[in-house]
Each structure stands twice: as C-alpha cells, then as structure tokens.
Design a protein. Structure first.
Length: 88
C-alpha cells in the first residue's frame, strides 16, 4: 500500500470546492444546475443551495483553471450565470 492510500485500501482522493451561480431561485433551478454540473466527468457529487446559489462540488481531483472554465461554460449553457469560486 502506498502513502496515498487510506488504511482501508482506498487510493481515491477527492476535493471539495464551492462556487456561486446566480439565478438559482427555485427547486427547478436547483435541479437544472445540479444535473448539468453533476454530468461533468470529474464530478463525484454536487449540492446546490436555493437562493444563495452556493454550489458545492466534490471532484476526483483538485479543480484547476481549466475545470473552472468548463464549469462556467456548463452553467452558462444551462441558462445560469457563473459567478466564480465562493470565498472560503
């Protein structure tokens, strides 16, 4: 077992990052954004808050600028405004 693995034998790592999306005002909007973001290859889980537009993305690797750009494009294509990473 290498150093990156857990005692249970899992070598998979995840990263959680929060973003802001404007226009998430209903359960319908929440579902549209969650479905669009959740369909991206590296995304393992996504949670979207109604009203605040806070989108929590758990991915298989730490997101980089290319991932952020892909996320922005995906959100835009879903009809919502990507507002970038949320302040930590």
């Amino acid at each position: 077992m290498s150093d990156c693995c857990t005692p249970e034998g899992s070598c998979h790592t995840t990263s959680t990052t929060q973003y802001r999306v404007e226009g998430v005002g209903s359960a319908h909007c929440q579902g549209v954004v969650a479905k669009a973001v959740g369909a991206l290859d590296d995304v393992k889980a996504v949670e979207v808050e109604i009203g605040t537009g806070l989108v929590t993305v758990t991915s298989s690797a730490a997101p980089d600028e290319a991932f952020d750009q892909l996320l922005a494009k995906t959100v835009d294509e879903a009809g919502y405004a990507f507002a970038g990473r949320a302040d930590a």
